[in-house]
Design a protein. Structure first.
Length: 276
């Protein structure tokens, strides 16, 4: 194809994208899809055309088409935050939870690198936390059910053993009751990880009081949520909000120790993903 024709096709495709964007804003999804489809026909190697159309399908809850368009966009651009994000949503809607969560985690990592305090990072985190909480809830229900069955079997075995014991002395009865109490305690401790409690203070941002997601440490040794401290530096002033010492963006360092501690806590206590 001649260079002039290619250039003309690219211009036409861009105009179709703009027309599609206008239709999307007016909630004319069918017209927007038609425009993006024409743009894709002219220039199929432009990932944003695919993600824009995927967003229209997402609005229609057509998750199979969302998945298909996002997979094409990712092949064209492995670092597309929107493609990984919408693919994650589509997979979760199709109950492919593990793969969906992986895509959301990928989108979150890419989003933090591109714009740490952008609106999409918060949106992705909320969806990821919701998916992680649902995953924990399903697993917790299964664990609770299995523990209850096992507990009942153990109690039945102890009671049968006591019943078959011919002596039935006061000492044996006391020992039997103690065994039942010990068994209750064992199963109570086994379920502690799934019992919600307070999150340790050192895992929470001093400003938001929420669990850290992307913690950074300042020269004064204080740790903040990255998006929160960036917003403070931009809107309020270039100083530490607690110590009031001068602080610049380049002085913020990822607090990997706290980040790993948060991840370890969440892996053990999935209930902490709950955001409401």
């Amino acid at each position: 194809m001649a260079p002039g024709v290619v250039f003309s096709s690219a211009l036409q495709a861009e105009q179709l994208k703009e027309d599609g964007n206008l239709c999307f804003k007016k909630e004319r999804l069918g017209a927007a899809i038609d425009n993006y489809t024409e743009a894709i026909t002219l220039c199929p190697d432009v990932p944003v055309y695919w993600t824009n159309r995927a967003l229209c399908y997402l609005k229609r809850n057509d998750w199979t088409k969302v998945e298909n368009d996002c997979r094409v966009a990712i092949k064209l651009d492995h670092n597309s935050v929107k493609a990984h994000y919408m693919l994650g949503l589509a997979l979760i809607k199709k109950q492919e939870y593990d793969d969906g969560i992986k895509e959301l985690e990928k989108a979150l990592d890419l989003g933090r690198g591109a714009n740490p305090n952008g609106y999409m990072v918060e949106e992705i985190w909320q969806e990821l936390a919701k998916a992680k909480y649902s995953q924990w809830e399903r697993a917790s229900t299964m664990r609770s059910w299995e523990l209850q069955i096992l507990k009942e079997c153990c109690e039945a075995a102890l009671k049968e053993r006591h019943f078959l014991d011919n002596s039935h002395s006061d000492e044996d009865s006391t020992a039997h009751l103690e065994q039942l109490k010990d068994l209750e305690l064992v199963f109570q401790r086994a379920g502690e990880a799934d019992t919600p409690k307070e999150v340790p203070d050192y895992l929470c941002c001093k400003i938001t009081l929420d669990l850290f997601r992307d913690p950074v440490i300042t020269p004064s040794g204080l740790t903040y949520e990255r998006s929160v401290i960036l917003d403070h530096l931009q809107r309020v002033g270039k100083f530490d909000p607690i110590t009031r010492e001068p602080l610049n963006l380049h002085q913020l360092v990822p607090n990997l120790a706290i980040k790993e501690a948060v991840q370890a806590f969440l892996e053990k206590h999935g209930w902490a993903y709950r955001t409401d």
